[in-house]
Write a protein of this length. Structure first.
Length: 147
């Protein structure tokens, strides 16, 4: 990228670390809410299962497997363990509001509930605070829910 080399040279940086990348696109993941997705021997049901799989494969998924299978949000400790295992990592989140809008109040899908997905996002933001050099780039468009 033009202009980056002089900055790196001035900072004495000769090599950049390779980061693991996870992309959670709410529109692309719409089916995940009610239709589990297979990654070889692993079947993910939730955004947190997908995140764990993308960041660290089977080992990462194992850290959130129980929460994924039950549709309950993983706690901060499980997400911290995942982020430490995957570090350095970049998490890109887009169209989260669109994804979550399909969870009607009181309705449970294989991808969890509205509340469990909201709890996951809260736990993820808390876990990111304690992670070595994490990068999370959420992009949320607001869209009113029809009542």
């Amino acid at each position: 990228m033009q202009g980056v080399s002089p900055i790196l040279d001035a900072a004495g940086i000769t090599e950049l670390p390779k980061a693991r990348i996870a992309v959670l696109d709410g529109v692309h993941q719409l089916d995940l809410a009610s239709k589990p997705k297979s990654h070889g021997p692993v079947t993910v049901r939730t955004l947190w299962g997908e995140l764990a799989w993308q960041l660290a494969g089977e080992e990462g998924y194992a850290l959130v497997q129980h929460a994924d299978e039950s549709g309950t949000a993983p706690g901060k400790p499980a997400l911290e363990a995942l982020l430490h295992k995957a570090a350095p990592c970049v998490i890109l989140i887009d169209e989260l509001v669109r994804y979550m809008s399909q969870f009607e109040e009181g309705k449970s899908l294989s991808g969890g509930t509205f509340d469990s997905n909201l709890s996951f996002i809260q736990a993820l933001t808390e876990a990111l605070k304690g992670c070595p050099a994490p990068s999370c780039w959420p992009r949320c468009r607001t869209r009113r829910r029809k009542r």
